[in-house]
Design a protein around this ligand. Structure first.
Ligand SMILES: [Zn+2]
Length: 182
């Protein structure tokens, strides 16, 4: 997964960071490390990278942070968190801050918990279900596509019009007709 992300960054930068050696340790304080010796190598902490609760957004930010160090070294011959490193951060989409931000990780953790709950709620919508739209009236779900909280639905109404909506919008604004009958 780290190499996959680095290959994407290589596409942006023209570098070959994805080909550099990657090793792992169990450090709790240092999440990632770039070493410029011998053409460059990366080290990442399994304490975080093997933690299933650790948000993917934080992992991507650490990967991009270290990649920006590699980029900064190759392009400008610099190390550290100076102005050229910040330029590299902007290009690869890393947060240009020196230290890992745990409250940011906590924000994403909470966001994922909320999204998982919503996604479970959306799982209740099936093809063939009926909903009541505030303006178009009763409609039947003909198709559901997309994933998680970003699902969309096609709904066929009585006048035979078929319309597409975000499932989040439907869930917030319409009633499910089997819920109505209870
Ligand atoms: Zn750094």
């Amino acid at each position: 997964m780290i190499r996959e992300e680095m290959a994407k960054l290589d596409n942006k930068t023209g570098l070959r960071g994805a080909e550099l050696p990657i090793t792992f340790n169990n450090a709790k304080c240092t999440l990632g490390l770039y070493c410029s010796n011998n053409g460059g190598s990366f080290k990442f902490s399994n304490y975080y990278f093997q933690d299933p609760e650790w948000p993917i957004e934080s992992a991507l930010d650490v990967i991009r942070h270290e990649y920006a160090h590699h980029m900064d070294h190759v392009l400008y011959g610099h190390s550290g968190h100076g102005s050229t490193w910040k330029i590299c951060c902007r290009i690869v989409g890393a947060t240009p801050i020196r230290c890992y931000n745990e409250s940011r990780a906590e924000y994403y953790r909470q966001k994922h918990i909320k999204e998982d709950k919503l996604s479970e709620r959306y799982d209740q919508y099936k093809i063939g279900d009926y909903i009541e739209h505030p303006k178009h009236g009763i409609g039947r779900i003909e198709d559901i596509f997309g994933e998680g909280v970003h699902r969309c639905v096609s709904i066929r109404f009585k006048n035979n019009d078929c319309k597409r909506f975000g499932l989040a919008w439907i869930d917030n604004n319409c009633q499910k007709s089997d819920w109505l009958s209870k």
